[in-house]
Design a protein around this ligand. Structure first.
Ligand code: UD1
Ligand code: MG
Length: 457
């Protein structure tokens, strides 16, 4: 269900498209459903339907289907819209697009509790159950009904066990119940939760699968709740990594917005953000305030503070940092930067779509783009590859053992021959021969006849 408005977010963006851990809330739910090998994932949209439908994708195999609910007359009415999309022989798991952190294992347990013929409700006990539907049981403990806060008697409001909004139910049972829902209640809505009454009346067993992990059923209604759930989730991710041996300077200042995998003895200083798929090899150290996306960083590499590594998701665009490399502080590695072992990249150096072979160094204020850089090359301060002619990108080849002086411009396409040296301040437009010094700048002259202008009296 993802048709609701999310008024309390006070945002133009539909609520379910707000992001937690770098993914839309609804995407979390769709991914979890996909993880159950669901035959079909049906998303019920309404408020901002077109935007929501464009903003979510099914990544694993199978079908992602959208049905629209207009207007939005309640959760029961929402699920009614999905009826044509639900095969009669299936089990329907109802999820909310704004409850992102339910685990697939929990849903598997819920489906097992349903057992193909029962109505299974995911429930939890809250000290403060205000606002939630209460699980009403009879003297023998059997579930009799879910009563919404606004419809509950004072006695019912004392009940701590609440309905999470998640249920598993055979489609063949659900469909006739949905057809019988009415909106005669305090909110004038078609409540999905009324199906419990129908089940009880028909003698269909209703089972409550009660969990204790509140994060799994936490819904987002406001920016405050979104930030709280984000932090709770990140603390959990941090704890899991620390339990594997990763040393985090401060788990409260650490964010993973994708997948981070770490080998032994990884150290991460404060305020780092990891996005996409990031792999850190053994003994990798990441300094404070680094942002690292889609990168593979090999054993022993050190990423100094304030480094920005922004790889892309594809193999080609992923950033590679070789073993023992030293990167930063203040370095920027862009998509397709492939650095071999022992490469050194210093402050204010930008690398894009280039390979740097073992031991190459660019330590200060430089740009290397669309380039192939050989072993042990030393690339001077302030030098750049001019890779773009205004229409097309061209390749710069810098062969092994070349020294590029400071403040050079290498105008691509161009090849600097192995072992050659380019004098500081040169603008190189033609290939240079190997092993020699190439200088391309105006000759220095000193004029003894020149006189400095004097101020007029
Ligand atoms: C619902 C449950 C309540 C439960 C609570 C858990 C009902 C009647 N009540 O209440 O028992 O404790 O969730 O959070 O089901 N939605 C639609 N179309 C609609 C209405 C809602 O798609 O017409 C979607 C919303 O976008 C949201 C979900 O359904 O994702 C739940 O709706 P919400 O209005 O939050 O239900 P609650 O009143 O919180
Ligand atoms: Mg709600």
């Amino acid at each position: 269900m993802a048709a609701g408005k999310g008024t309390r977010m006070k945002s133009r963006l539909p609520k379910v498209l707000h992001r937690l851990a770098g993914r839309a809330l609804l995407q979390h739910v769709v991914d979890t459903a996909s993880g159950l090998d669901a035959r079909r994932v049906v998303v019920i949209t309404g408020h901002g339907a077109a935007e929501v439908e464009a903003g979510v994708a099914r990544r694993a195999g199978g079908e992602l289907q959208f049905v629209r609910q207009e207007p939005q007359l309640g959760t029961g009415h929402a699920v009614q819209q999905a009826v044509p999309a639900l095969p009669d022989d299936g089990i329907v798991v109802v999820l909310s697009g704004d409850v992102p952190l339910t685990q697939a294992d929990t849903l598997r347990e819920l489906i097992a509790a349903c057992g193909g013929d029962k109505l299974a409700l995911l429930t939890i006990a809250f000290d403060d159950p205000t606002g939630y539907g209460r699980i009403v049981r009879d003297a023998g403990g059997s579930v009799q009904a879910i009563v919404e806060q606004k419809d509950a008697t004072d006695a019912q409001r004392q009940i701590k066990e609440i309905y999470s909004g998640i249920m598993a139910v055979p489609a063949a049972r659900l469909k006739p119940w949905l057809a019988r829902l009415d909106n005669k209640n305090a909110q004038g809505e078609y409540y999905l939760t009324d199906v419990v009454k129908f089940a009880v009346a028909q003698g269909v067993p209703v089972v409550a699968h009660q969990i204790s992990d509140a994060l799994q059923v936490a819904g987002i209604n406001s920016p405050v709740q979104l930030a709280e759930l984000e932090r709770a989730h990140q603390q959990r991710v941090a704890r899991r990594l620390m339990e594997q041996g990763v040393r985090l300077a401060d788990p409260a200042r650490f964010d993973v917005r994708g997948e981070l995998s770490c080998a032994q003895d990884v150290e991460i200083d404060i305020n780092c953000v990891f996005a996409g798929r990031v792999e850190l090899g053994e003994g990798v150290k990441v300094g404070a305030h680094c942002v690292i996306a889609n990168a593979r960083i090999a054993a022993g590499a050190v990423i100094h503070p304030y480094t920005h590594i922004e790889g892309g998701a594809s193999e080609k665009d992923r950033v590679e940092v070789g073993a023992g490399a030293l990167i930063g502080p203040y370095a920027r590695l862009r998509p397709g930067a492939k650095l071999s072992d022992e490469v050194h990249i210093g402050n204010f150096v930008e690398i894009k779509a280039s390979t740097l072979a073992q031991g190459a160094k660019a330590n200060h204020l430089a740009y290397i783009g669309d380039s192939i850089v050989g072993e042990r090359v030393n690339y001077g301060a302030g030098s750049i590859t001019a890779n773009y002619d205004g229409a097309n990108k061209h390749t710069t080849v810098i062969e092994a053992d070349v020294h590029i002086g400071s403040n050079c411009v290498l105008i691509a396409p161009v090849t600097i021959g192995a072992g050659g040296t380019v004098g500081g301040g040169s603008t190189i437009t033609k290939d240079t021969p190997p092993g020699v010094l190439t200088v391309a700048r105006a000759k220095q002259v000193s004029l003894s006849s020149w006189q400095r202008p004097q101020k007029k009296k």
